[in-house]
Design a protein around this ligand. Structure first.
Ligand code: PHE
Length: 365
């Protein structure tokens, strides 16, 4: 290799070693291999080299070019590794930073559906009172759904439920139905375990009914408490605490009105105070105060206890049941039930809640 090319290689090597970052490296590349770079200049000058030396000089220039390209590449790899090391040394992930807030309208495709949020909330509230969550099947025998609950064949309450009967019978001859309420899980629990029992049962229920406030599939939550000395006072205290915590209104008016269910005695419908004119809950005192029916409840009927093999002289308890859509609509001021199941993203984005924030006890209990 001629002296001038050796000098060029030495110069290039020194410049590469001195290049402290990728940008300096690129400047070296341009100054040697760029259009008006030094090596490119020599290549262009080949035409002026005497013919007998041209071949050898051309080959030497090409070798040098390949060598410079390899050196550039090696230096680039080294600089990149250094840069990554430096970043890893200096960057720290601050795990104490709060998560990015849930932005309604951008990330509902991960939000909690209002039905599920209500189930989470009531689980938190009843959980704090010592209740466990239990589930049961959607397809039931008519014995669990009706008979054991003191609703015999031909009882008028069977008509009230607009039942979906399924074809065929169970192995024991019982008819199969889509459960019309969550109460059959009372029976399943009392026949499967010894008292004391303290459960809530959220789940799907079915009735042949469809309009702005009824859907053929909807959700209920059942409650059941069985122990030795359970009284109506426990029922009232438990439901008043629940309703005030759930709706977040510490002085929500609650009224117990006598009613009838075949599986409870006495039975009570529970009403809460609201303002018929504004739809506001708890609103009383401006003359517009009114009552809104919210759930059914009562002391478990002795016949139901006996049907489950429990001695009614030894065990008493209370039960309640309410519609999950209904309490969700009231809490959030939703006028129509149907969008709960329509999967309209605009509605979901509006009503979905933050998947990261846990369900709270609201006003506390
Ligand atoms: N199962 C009743 C219904 O669906 C509600 C209820 C449950 C009433 C428990 C009293 C006790 O209407």
């Amino acid at each position: 290799m001629s002296d001038d090319l050796q000098a060029l290689r030495a110069e290039t090597e020194a410049a590469l070693a001195a290049a402290a970052d990728l940008r300096a490296l690129d400047a070296v590349r341009v100054s040697v291999l760029g259009k008006s770079g030094s090596l490119s200049g020599h290549l262009k000058g080949l035409g002026g080299v005497p013919a007998e030396q041209r071949k050898e000089r051309g080959a030497a220039l090409n070798r040098l070019k390949a060598e410079v390209e390899a050196l550039l590449e090696a230096r680039r790899t080294a600089l990149e590794a250094e840069a990554l090391d430096a970043r890893l040394r200096n960057e720290r992930a601050d795990v104490s930073l709060p998560p990015r807030p849930f932005a309604p309208g951008t990330a509902a495709d991960g939000g909690i559906h209002p039905i599920n949020r209500t189930v989470e909330e009531l689980t938190a509230i009843f959980g704090a009172m010592g209740f466990k969550v239990v589930e049961g099947p959607d397809i039931e025998s008519d014995w669990h759904n009706f008979g054991a609950l003191n609703i015999p064949d031909h009882h008028p309450a069977r008509q009230d439920h607009d039942t979906f009967y399924l074809p065929g019978t169970m192995p024991n001859g019982h008819r199969t139905v889509l459960r019309t309420h969550t109460s059959p899980v009372q029976i399943r629990t009392m026949t499967a375990q010894e008292p004391p029992i303290r459960i809530i049962v959220p789940g799907r229920t079915y009735r042949a009914d469809h309009d702005a406030t009824h859907s053929p599939m909807f959700h209920q939550v059942e409650g059941l408490v069985i122990d030795r000395d359970i009284t109506l006072g426990h029922l009232k205290g438990c439901l008043i605490d629940f309703l005030r915590a759930f709706f977040g209104i510490a002085d929500l008016p609650v009224r117990f009105r006598s009613s009838y269910f075949p599986f409870t005695e006495p039975s009570m419908e529970v009403d809460i105070g609201w303002n018929r004119r504004t739809g506001e809950l708890g609103a009383k005192g401006d003359g517009a105060g009114d009552w809104l029916e919210i759930l059914g409840s009562g002391m478990v009927h002795p016949k139901v206890l006996a049907n489950c093999g429990l001695d009614p002289r030894e065990w008493q308890g209370f039960a309640f049941g309410m519609g999950i859509e209904r309490i969700t609509m009231l809490k959030h001021g939703m006028p129509d039930l149907r969008p709960f199941y329509e999967c309209d993203l605009r509605w979901l984005r509006h009503y979905a809640s933050d998947p990261i924030a846990p369900a709270s006890l609201h006003e506390g209990i």
